[in-house]
Design a protein. Structure first.
Length: 125
């Protein structure tokens, strides 16, 4: 697998908002200056909701033990598997099942919510 220290992504795995704390996604998006940004917003039971502000391509990877849900708020977001390709627009989402080799890409600045287990390693396992 790819060494995550060599990748140009910014991942914040800390939970930013506690229960009953307002989550202001537009303010976070406006403040984002990174090309590929990932922030854990909140925990929900054994899962987390993460915000991605992305432009460009992510590397091929897989999560052996975890499913991953992507939901587009703004822009266009591509989820590519070895034998399938999903081009998502705002209001659309897809689940990538555990163990599936995949990569994502945002041909323009895009805003995506992700739901996954709290222990997932975003760069792959």
């Amino acid at each position: 697998m790819t060494d995550s220290t060599d990748l140009p992504y910014v991942h914040h795995m800390d939970v930013r908002f506690a229960p009953l704390e307002l989550v202001d996604v537009p303010a976070l998006v406006d403040a984002c200056k990174d090309a590929w940004y990932n922030q854990t917003l909140c925990a929900v039971n054994d899962s987390v909701v993460r915000l991605g502000v992305m432009e460009g391509e992510y590397h091929w990877h897989r999560h052996e033990s975890d499913d991953e849900f992507f939901f587009v708020l703004e822009g266009r977001f591509i989820v590519e598997l070895e034998d399938q390709r999903f081009e998502l627009e705002p209001g659309q989402g897809v689940v990538v099942p555990r163990g599936k080799l995949h990569r994502t890409a945002a041909p323009e600045r895009s805003v995506v919510l992700m739901v996954e287990t709290k222990d997932i390693v975003p760069t792959g396992s």
